[in-house]
Every structure is written in structure tokens, then in C-alpha cells.
Write a protein that binds this ligand. Structure first.
Ligand code: HEM
Length: 504
């Protein structure tokens, strides 16, 4: 039978077949054989792969001892879903209630700042947020330390004042009728952007008058939400905003270019200004001028590229965050007539002298609604660290969420209540105040503590004091439209008010 079928084939074909049959065991390489085995038994290999993945994920770094829901230990999806919904602080709070002071949130949270990496012709842009190079981080912080210092505020104030005045004039002219409904939250955002731009470069882009004409606020919201959500599965970044071909279709980058252009123009202007001139800072100097003076005094300390990165960071890191804080302070003040009345009295009697109650209102407004609502993460350093009785290996991501710590009832009794008086020394013991200050971390903590905290502190004081001084403000319908979502930053919407000029 076999012969007859072979015979029916053309002779050449018959030869090939028989030759093939004979040499097959030695002709295929081992890689081909392994591939064939995998293809033939793919289901067994898939199961083995999954077993390896789960065992590795659960046990590899000793994290299986950290309490938390099982699903969180094997997959980033529950965390991704929680962040996507915009209320992950509530989920995290519930997890802590159930599992205690230390909770495993995911298989391996990643420092999502890597999603904010930016590149220029020279490569990765030096950025204190992004860099994992400790020496570079130290260099960046040192090169700009005096520009962010408390001493600099006197100089920078001179650039913020006209912007505050411009907003006050706009409100007086356009809205102070007592009848118009005003989105104060939006005005505050435009103000924060202009004020930071002005103190950084000496000029601003006048968002107060023109609105979001460059799309900066829209882009910033998209990028922050994107980082919060996809930062939970960072590998996907390469297919989205991390892909230079795709990114411009998702976010317009015109506003960023405009801000970088401002930096370039100001650097060029500074070179002209400084030629043959006295090196002393004849006040007022802008943030950028201060950096360039540092450079002239010690050319190794900071280069133009680093100076530009600092300036851009001011805008990117400082405007939304400051606006969120101001909104919370104003909303909570207006929502509590007793606080509003006390604050109004203090400001109208004492402005611009010391205003301790305003200080307490600001601390409490930022405590209740910190601008960052996700965990501030860092990697455990060598040789590992014991936290809450658990040894964690070097490299494991750990962190604290300001939202949760600032609502810890052991430190802040009735933590959901807006109660500025808790910050006043006449109401709280010195010991307790020290503890409260330690647990008040809206500006982060450790080596990555916010560089711009004095800048934002100054801006918040100026604007809140000015608004309360000049206007009688009311929330529209008790602030029923005021909401927010937590996408790393926690921007609110719907801060609708009506106002009129202050009664004498
Ligand atoms: C109320 C307003 C602000 C809040 C709540 C805030 C919050 C924060 C937080 C939580 C961090 C640490 C992030 C981390 O650990 O990963 C940070 C870092 C930083 N912030 Fe702010 N910020 C505010 C305003 C500003 C302003 C106005 C500027 C600049 C003008 C600024 C510039 C920076 C910079 C450059 C860093 C990076 C520091 C580093 O990594 O070394 N921030 N900020």
C-alpha cells in the first residue's frame, strides 16, 4: 500500500520526502525543538508561567507578610480601578481601617514621576521630580536653593502684588454687584498661574484677563490624570504619551512651548542686562534672575538648561497646587459663618500686620484638602528598613498619603471638621502642636519636600487676605456644586460665589 501511494507521486517529490524523514532528528536545532514543544503544549506552559508570575509577585520581596486584600498582592488592576474612579483616598482609608497602619496597595507601585520625563536635544531634561540620580537631585536643589528661600520672598512679592491687584480690579469692575454668580475657583487658578509666571520671569501670560487661551489648564489636567491612572501600570506609557508620535495628538503642547519661549527670552535679556553691570541684586529680582546671578558667581553651580527646567517646574508644580489650596481655604471659610466672621474681623482690623487667625485658617484648609491625594512614594534605601514591625527590602516602594495622615483622628480629633482654632497655641498644647505640624505634610517630606512652599505660602496669604479685605463674599446655594476628583492632584470644581465690595 505504502509503495503504491509513493509510486503515484512524481519521483522527485518521493525522494525529498524520504530524505526528510531520514534526517529529521538531527536537522532541527534545539531552539526549534523547544519552540515546537512550547507550541504543542502551550496550555501547560501558560499555567507554569502564571504560577511563576504569581509566586514571584507575592513572595519575591517578602511583601506577602504585609496585610492587604489578596487581589492587590497579585495585580495592579484593583489599584488602577480605584485611582481611575477618582476617590482612591477613600478606598485607601477603608483599607487602613480594615488592615491597620501598614497596607499592601499593589504588587509593586512604581514612582510614576517617570511618566513625566521630558527630553530635549541633549537628552533627559534635569528635573528634581523625575531624577532618581541622588547627586543630580542634590545639585538641582543646591543650584536654586536661595531662589526658593524665605529671604527671596521679599523680592518675589514685588511681582505678585500687581497680579493680585489686577484680579481684585477685575472682580471689582465685573462681578462686585452682589448678584452675579462667579466661578471663583477658575479665577483663583488663573491668578495662581499668572502670579507664578510673573515672579519666575518678571512677566506673565495674563490668564486673568484672557482665560485658558493657550490650553495650559486643560493640558495640565489631562497630564496629571494620565500620570495618576497609567502610573499604576507604567509600561503602557511607551504606547501613549511616552511615544513622541502619539503624544501631540492626545495633548496640545503649545502652552508648554510658550512658557519655554518666555524662559529663553528672559535668559537672553538677562545676558544683555548684566553686561558691564554691577553684580549685586538691585531689588527686585525675579526667580530666574536669581538663578542666573548664581550662575555668574559660580558657573559650575547651574547651567541654562537647569535654570529653564526650574522655571518650567515652578509653573507645572506650583500653579494647580496653590490654586487647590486657596479654593479649599476659601470654600471652608465661607461654609462656616463663624470662621468667616472672625477672619473678616481680624483682616479688616489688622491687615497687613500679623494675622494669626488667617494662619490657622490656612493650615486647616490645607489639612482638610491637601493638593496631592495619592501616596508620596519613595524607595526603601539600603540596607532595608523596618516599618510598623515589618522589614522591607531595599527598593520596595513605600509612602504616606497626606490625605490620610492629615485626617488621623489620634492627631487631629474630629478630623473631618474644619476647625482652625486647633492650630492656635491658646487652644492646643505645645506638645500636640508639634505632633500636628509633624503630621501636616501637604508639601511632602524628606529630601523631596516641596521647594516652592514659601512661594505658595506667600501667594495664599496675599490672595486670601485681599479677597476677604475687599469683598463681602457668599457661597451660592451653600456651595452645593463644589466637588472634586483625586487624580494625584485634587482640583475642585463649582466654587460658585456672589460678592460685593466690602461694606465700610
Ligand atoms: C500649596 C501649594 C503646593 C503644594 C501643596 C505642593 C506640594 C508638593 C509636594 C507634595 C511635593 C513633593 C512631591 C514628592 O515627594 O514626590 C512637591 C515638590 C515640589 N514642588 Fe511643590 N507644592 C506647592 C507649590 C509649589 C510651588 C508654588 C512651587 C514652585 C514655585 C513648587 C515647586 C515644587 C518643586 C520644584 C518640587 C520638587 C522638589 C524635589 O523633588 O526636590 N511647589 N510639592
Amino acid at each position: 500500500m505504502q509503495n503504491s501511494s509513493l509510486v503515484s507521486m512524481p519521483s522527485k517529490r518521493r525522494n525529498v520526502l524520504s530524505a526528510g524523514n531520514m534526517v529529521q532528528p538531527t536537522e532541527y536545532s534545539w531552539t526549534t525543538r523547544v519552540t515546537n514543544t512550547i507550541v504543542n503544549h502551550w496550555n501547560i506552559f501558560l499555567v507554569l508561567l502564571l504560577i511563576y508570575y504569581f509566586t514571584n509577585t507575592i513572595f519575591s520581596r517578602g511583601l506577602h507578610r504585609i496585610p492587604g486584600p489578596f487581589l492587590r498582592t497579585i495585580s495592579p488592576i484593583p489599584r488602577l480601578w480605584s485611582v481611575y474612579k477618582g476617590f482612591s483616598h477613600e478606598d485607601d482609608s477603608a483599607l487602613h481601617e480594615r488592615y491597620g497602619p501598614i497596607v499592601r496597595l499593589g504588587p509593586n507601585l512604581s514612582r510614576f514621576y517617570s511618566l513625566a520625563e521630558g527630553y530635549d536635544e541633549e537628552g533627559l531634561i534635569p528635573d528634581p521630580f523625575v531624577t532618581t540620580d541622588k547627586a543630580m537631585h542634590l545639585r538641582l536643589r543646591r543650584g536654586a536653593a536661595n531662589a526658593y528661600s524665605l529671604n527671596s520672598m521679599v523680592q518675589l512679592e514685588a511681582y505678585v502684588d500687581p497680579v493680585t491687584e489686577r484680579l481684585a480690579n477685575k472682580i471689582r469692575k465685573e462681578y462686585a454687584t452682589g448678584k452675579k454668580i462667579v466661578d471663583l475657583g477658575q479665577l483663583v487658578q488663573q491668578y495662581a498661574m499668572d502670579a507664578i509666571c510673573a515672579l519666575t520671569y518678571g512677566k506673565d501670560l495674563n490668564h486673568t484677563e484672557k482665560g485658558d487661551y493657550l490650553g495650559f489648564f486643560k493640558t495640565s489636567f489631562i497630564v496629571n490624570s494620565y500620570m495618576a491612572i497609567f502610573g499604576q501600570i507604567p509600561w503602557i506609557h511607551r504606547l501613549l504619551l511616552g511615544n513622541s508620535f502619539i503624544a501631540p495628538f492626545i495633548v496640545g503642547l503649545e502652552s508648554n512651548e510658550k512658557i519655554i519661549q518666555l524662559a529663553k527670552e528672559e535668559i537672553a535679556a538677562d545676558v544683555l542686562r548684566s553686561e558691564g553691570k554691577d553684580e549685586s541684586l538691585n531689588p527686585p529680582s525675579t526667580f530666574l534672575q536669581r538663578l542666573l546671578l548664581n550662575q555668574r558667581r559660580n558657573p559650575q553651580s547651574i547651567n541654562d538648561r537647569e535654570a529653564m527646567a526650574h522655571c518650567f517646574n515652578n509653573i507645572a508644580a506650583g500653579s494647580d497646587t496653590t490654586a487647590i489650596s486657596i479654593r479649599s481655604i476659601l470654600f471652608n471659610t465661607l461654609k462656616h459663618p463663624h470662621v468667616h466672621q472672625l477672619l473678616r474681623k481680624e483682616i479688616r482690623e489688622a491687615f497687613p500686620a500679623k494675622l494669626p487667625y488667617l494662619g490657622a485658617v490656612i493650615m486647616e484648609g490645607i489639612r482638610l484638602h491637601p493638593s496631592v491625594g495619592l501616596m508620596l512614594a519613595c524607595a526603601v534605601p539600603e540596607p532595608g528598613e523596618t516599618i510598623c514591625g515589618h522589614f522591607l527590602k531595599p527598593g520596595v516602594e513605600v509612602g504616606i498619603n497626606p490625605w490620610l495622615l492629615q485626617r488621623n483622628a489620634e492627631v487631629f480629633p474630629n478630623p473631618d471638621e474644619f476647625y482652625p482654632d486647633r492650630w492656635l497655641p491658646e487652644n492646643t498644647s505645645q506638645e500636640r502642636l508639634i505632633l500636628m505640624n509633624k503630621c501636616w505634610i501637604p508639601f511632602g517630606h524628606g529630601t523631596h519636600t516641596c521647594s516652592g512652599r514659601w512661594i505658595s505660602w506667600m501667594m495664599i496669604h496675599k490672595l486670601v487676605a485681599k479677597l476677604i479685605l475687599l469683598f463681602d463674599i457668599d457661597l451660592v446655594e451653600g456651595g452645593k456644586d463644589y466637588t472634586f476628583r483625586n487624580y494625584w492632584l485634587t482640583p475642585q470644581r463649582g466654587l460658585y460665589i456672589s460678592l460685593k465690595s466690602a461694606s465700610p
